[in-house]
Design a protein around this ligand. Structure first.
Ligand SMILES: Nc1ncnc2c1ncn2[C@@H]1O[C@H](COP(=O)(O)OP(=O)(O)OP(=O)(O)O)[C@@H](O)[C@H]1O
Ligand SMILES: [Mg+2]
Length: 281
């Protein structure tokens, strides 16, 4: 997704930008996200079929603004497919997906969805290994490309402050001038999260973000996510239950493409249907 994020269509390259429809103009204006009902993401009756197999089956889900939500479920439950639908990678056969009250995500392209304020982190970090940590964050920044060109990449102080702030948040402030390729696996993951943050997303989607991390890196990542909640909304897909417990938010359990249970981790872990799908594997 970073590749998409970093290569946002330029105005002149994308006819849709110039279509002049009030609606599209509204959609693409950052800051116009309507959170009046405190809901940032709303999925209703989403069905996705692959050759007749229902990867998602009438899935409905609501994420509140500022929430930190964990999505769990056995392999093949449809967790990644759900993220594909939100980011526009997969179009649902049926159902609606709303970002805030007014933005219908099923009508936007992947770059438009990223631009509207949804950032996604895939499992494999897609950082620029031959650039420094600082340069990676600089490259990820949301800037008007025309202004960028005219400034010849001279960084204004506000941008510099934002990079410094992000470096601290992702605990890489001591590594700013290091080549990204030399970072540990966990640090690379943090750098990618930092790159997403430079785009100022309202909603962050993270698919198995701590896979392959050491226990200590996992715990640091949990602290980072907790600190991001409120200012951002986060949807975290994870199999690591210790991590889900640390995050402490509401947990949604998916099974066979539908919502099986929702509640605190303790509540869903005590749910007989949840126990059955996990033990029945
Ligand atoms: N492009 C596709 N074509 C055909 N089937 C697919 C496709 N993408 C996903 N599926 C199937 O849809 C189901 C849900 O897959 P998905 O990747 O969403 O599960 P998941 O919950 O993310 O699982 P995991 O925990 O293993 O990552 C699986 O049975 C998968 O094989
Ligand atoms: Mg998956």
């Amino acid at each position: 997704m970073n590749a998409v994020n970093l290569l946002l269509p330029e105005k002149e390259d994308n006819p849709e930008w110039d279509s002049g429809t009030a609606e599209l103009g509204h959609i693409l204006q950052p800051g116009h996200l309507d959170l009046s009902h405190k809901v940032i993401l709303y999925l209703e009756d989403i069905t996705v079929s692959f050759d007749g197999f229902r990867a998602l089956n009438k899935l409905s889900l609501t994420i509140d603004a500022g929430e930190l939500r964990c999505i769990i479920g056995p392999n093949g439950a449809g967790k990644t497919t759900m993220m594909d639908v939100i980011t526009g990678k997969t179009r649902p056969d049926e159902g609606t997906v709303f970002f805030g009250q007014t933005i219908d995500l099923t009508r936007l392209s992947e770059p438009e969805i990223a631009h509207a304020g949804i950032g996604r982190k895939f499992q494999k970090p897609t950082i620029f290994e031959n650039h420094t940590v600082f340069e990676n964050l600089e490259l990820a920044m949301k800037t008007d490309k025309r202004v960028w060109r005219s400034l010849f990449a001279v960084l204004d102080s506000a941008a510099g402050d934002r990079i410094a702030e992000t470096l601290q948040l992702i605990r890489l402030d001591g590594q700013a001038n290091r080549l990204a390729g030399l970072l540990s696996h966990g640090q690379k993951q943090w750098l990618e999260i930092g790159m997403l943050l430079m785009q100022e997303p309202k909603l962050l989607l993270l698919d198995e973000p701590v896979a392959g991390m050491t226990d200590e890196e996992t715990e640091r990542t949990g602290e980072l996510f907790i600190s991001l909640a409120g200012r951002h909304s986060l949807v975290v897909v994870e199999h690591d239950m210790a991590f889900v417990k640390q995050l402490g938010g509401k947990v949604t359990v998916l099974h066979e493409g539908s919502l099986l249970a929702e509640g605190t981790l303790e509540e869903v872990q005590a749910d007989a249907r949840v126990i059955e799908v996990y033990l029945g594997r």
